[in-house]
Design a protein. Structure first.
Length: 175
């Protein structure tokens, strides 16, 4: 009976270690602050294994070549505390950036200043191209209706010309 329990604990520890290694290796700390283009660089098997090994070595506090439950919990706690500290630093930086008069409080105007200052970018070319099906550089009423009517027709599964409550629910986007 104790062998089964020990095996279950070992499996649990092993799964925790794998989860810890995956969370620490898939998105390295340097990639969390890097632009998206740099975060998606190719990753060789050798580099991946080095990262896994370094996470394991860091978790193995007593350096006996094994990671027990206490060591894994401590490593996980260190990782989470590090993330929490980084989040608090980012929040503080954002707050200080928004607090223009440096009085330690944010007015609604200061809070909304980043939103107001951000330019609104519109790229209507793709949308226009989708609607201008005859490519005459104009969108007619019929061209405007076509995508919506096609969506209605797909949702009208019994083809009776109306959407029942069930058909509407089935066509609704999943969240």
């Amino acid at each position: 009976m104790t062998i089964i329990t020990t095996r279950r604990i070992n499996v649990s520890i092993r799964l925790s270690l794998i989860a810890l290694m995956a969370s620490a290796t898939i998105v390295p700390a340097t990639a969390q602050n890097a632009p998206a283009a740099q975060a998606t660089q190719p990753l060789s098997r050798a580099v991946f294994m080095q990262r896994i090994d370094s996470v394991f070595v860091a978790a193995d506090a007593n350096k006996d070549g094994f990671a027990d439950r206490a060591e894994l919990e401590a490593a996980q706690s260190r990782e989470l505390n590090g993330r929490k500290t980084a989040l608090l630093r980012r929040s503080e930086t954002v707050f200080k950036t928004l607090d223009k008069d440096n009085n330690g409080t944010l007015t609604l105007q200061e809070f909304n200043s980043q939103i107001v200052a951000a330019p609104i970018k519109t790229d209507t070319a793709a949308v226009f191209a989708r609607f201008d099906t005859n490519k005459d550089s104009k969108v007619s009423l019929a061209e405007n209706r076509a995508p919506a009517l096609a969506q209605f027709d797909r949702a009208d599964t019994n083809k009776d010309g109306s959407l029942s409550i069930l058909e509407q629910r089935a066509a609704a986007p999943r969240r």
